[in-house]
Design a protein around this ligand. Structure first.
Ligand code: CP
Ligand code: NVA
Length: 302
């Protein structure tokens, strides 16, 4: 049966560990000029984007190239999908040409439908609900900095949407304690909160200082996500105080790291000085998108 990568909820702990180990190996090989797995020779990944992207687009395209294959950028506006061609037809047509599809769009249900009708692997490159590729790179980065996931506390400060949802699943599956600090009206997905509380240690709070106290990893993301630009001003008011800065970072554990999926809005979810103090971690995290996604590509399409 073909494999997809739609959410981390579908992946077992074992599968996530295997992907992380493969990502580490691919990074090591690339950094040391060692013979690199070329097992995607002759294969093509189609990349459908109905939202903007810097990291996801470039890392998938470069990743396919480094693995010996090709990637095609397919803008949602230029595809017939943008003129109403059904996803289920697009899925069946693209399956005749390509070896895999990466899609970034709004609705998770569209990605699920694409995967249902495609006979080739489908990878979720971000929806409003989830960003599993980003969290795989985040887990890789956390393990690089902290050595293991044992007894770690990750605190996410911000909007409880795609990043918070996927961090809950990925971090709890790896055995970490997770705290989400968000305004009352911006909580993560209700079902994922229930899942997280049952499966591990998940705290949802509005208290920024208490949430960040003792954290090993702090994570933040924009207040207005792609598609929510019209709500930006309202969100600035609603998220006032939910900012990561050097003052509240002082409550975290010594040696704590700050991660950000990027792009960052300085002066909103994070201050300029705090971002720059943690720039090494944040850009290592961005780099790891490449290595983590190569592991996904090899596993699904190799
Ligand atoms: N973090 C992330 O997915 O970045 P892009 O939106 O640039 O792809
Ligand atoms: N929450 C952000 C993440 C960007 C990588 C968005 O959806 O725009």
């Amino acid at each position: 049966m073909k494999k997809d990568f739609l959410t981390l909820l579908d992946k077992s702990e074992e599968e996530i560990h295997e992907l992380l180990n493969l990502a580490d190996q691919l990074k090591y090989e690339q950094k040391n000029g060692l013979p690199h797995k070329k097992n995607l020779a002759g294969k093509t990944l189609g990349m459908i984007f109905t939202k903007a992207s810097t990291r996801t687009r470039v890392s998938f395209e470069v990743g396919m190239y480094q693995l010996g294959g090709n990637a095609l950028f397919l803008s949602g506006n230029d595809l017939q999908i943008g003129r109403g061609e059904p996803i289920k037809d697009t899925a069946r047509v693209l399956s005749r040409y390509l070896d895999g599809i990466m899609i970034r769009t709004f609705k998770q249900s569209d990605v699920e439908q694409l995967a249902e009708y495609a006979s080739i692997p489908v990878i979720n490159g971000l929806t409003d609900y989830a960003h599993p590729c980003q969290v795989l790179a985040d887990l890789m980065t956390i393990r690089e900095y902290k050595g293991s996931f044992d007894n770690l506390k990750l605190t996410f400060v911000g909007d409880g949407n795609n990043m918070a949802n996927s961090l809950i699943v990925g971090c709890i599956k790896m055995g970490m304690n997770v705290t989400i600090v968000c305004p009352e009206d911006y909580k993560p997905d209700r079902k994922l909160i229930e899942w997280g509380k049952k499966k591990g240690k998940l705290t949802i709070t509005q208290d920024v200082i208490e949430g960040m106290r003792g954290a090993d990893v702090v994570y933040t993301d924009v207040w207005a996500s792609m598609g929510q630009e019209g709500e930006a001003e309202k969100r600035k008011r609603d998220f006032e105080g939910y900012q990561v800065n050097l003052d509240n970072m002082a409550y975290t554990k010594p040696g704590s790291i700050l991660l950000h999926c990027l792009p960052a809005h300085r002066g909103e979810e994070v201050t300029e000085d705090c971002f720059e103090e943690h720039a090494k971690e944040i850009f290592d995290e961005a780099e790891n998108r490449l290595h983590a996604q190569k592991a996904i590509l090899v596993t699904l399409m190799g």
